[in-house]
Design a protein around this ligand. Structure first.
Ligand code: PMP
Length: 290
């Protein structure tokens, strides 16, 4: 049974799911995307992911050809067609095929692609012992150049930083903004625990406003843990009691070393563990309030 891909308006076998070599998504990274998770047959925060996708589309003047309810159905149908109750969904909308010039007006129809796959988290040992990360020299793009709030197909900024992390033997890398403040990691948001309080960079630090980040902030509020969005510099992380990252694929993952500095006691801390447990409970919750 071949993997089924949703292409534009229907599910087709993988070998039939093709885009043009003239697609501006391929030629210029002109398009938007989302990564979603399904737990026990239910997509986690589907509406929030769709809202972010359509906002990204709006920001680049890309009119997504499907209405949100039809897109939601495409996500659910693609998971079902591939028998995935616990899976990862990649939703891609490209600008479509056009001429070799940049002009987005000279393209035909945006292409909608929904791919469902099994999920591969970071190796388990990292969740148990924590990640070592380094700061990349590559800065997060300034909003005036390209807003990090747009989840676009142009991820080279993040890939450049990821390469630096990998070259240093780390699977994630911290990115700073042009002011030298902490922004986020290449594919995850960052949190620190300082004096019992949770802190995380605000959207204007130059971050993607993560859906896992928002969920963790809600969980912290429910647990009576004070959480503040505030500008942070590396010193704040180096001297934190705990640090962790959040992302759809990663969920909540502890960080125990940054740039050779051991964070806190060098093992995942109690606030990180509590929020990890609460996050796992949240994604498995069956009510509409999750
Ligand atoms: N920052 C970046 C740059 C990302 O690509 C992601 C993953 N989508 C995140 C943060 C985390 O966002 P989310 O929790 O919505 O997956």
């Amino acid at each position: 049974m071949p993997r089924m891909i949703f292409m534009n308006d229907s599910l087709v076998p993988e070998h039939e799911a093709k885009v043009s070599v003239f697609d501006h998504g391929l030629l210029y990274g002109d398009g938007v995307f989302e990564g979603l998770r399904s737990y026990g047959g239910r997509v986690f925060r589907l509406d929030a992911h769709l809202d972010r996708l359509y906002a990204s589309g709006r920001a680049i003047c890309l009119a997504i050809p499907l209405a949100k309810p039809a897109m939601a159905k495409a996500v659910v149908d693609t998971l079902a067609a591939n028998n995935l109750a616990d899976g990862y969904v990649r939703l891609v909308v490209t600008r479509g095929a056009g001429s070799l010039g940049l002009d987005p007006n000279k393209t035909s129809h945006p292409q909608v692609i929904v791919i469902a796959d099994t999920i591969s988290l970071y190796p388990r040992e990292y969740y148990e012992r924590g990640l070592r990360i380094v700061t990349a020299a590559t800065q997060r793009t300034q909003s005036a150049a390209l807003s990090p709030r747009i989840k676009s197909l142009n991820y080279l900024n993040n890939i450049m930083a990821k390469l630096e992390g990998l070259q240093a033997g780390c699977i994630e890398a911290l990115m700073l903004n042009h002011k030298g403040e902490v922004a986020e990691c290449t594919g995850d948001n960052v949190f620190a625990v300082r004096q019992g309080r949770l802190v995380t960079p605000p959207p204007d630090a130059g971050i993607l406003e993560g859906i896992t980040r928002a969920a963790v902030m809600e969980l912290a509020a429910a647990a009576g843990i004070d959480c503040r969005e505030m500008a942070l510099v590396r010193h704040d992380l180096y001297t934190a009691d705990e640090c962790f990252l959040t992302g759809t694929a990663a969920e909540v993952i502890p960080v125990v070393e940054i740039d050779g500095r051991v964070i806190g006691s060098g093992v995942p801390g109690p606030v990180t563990k509590r929020l990890t447990d609460d996050f796992h409970a949240l994604v498995r919750q069956t009510g509409a309030d999750r």
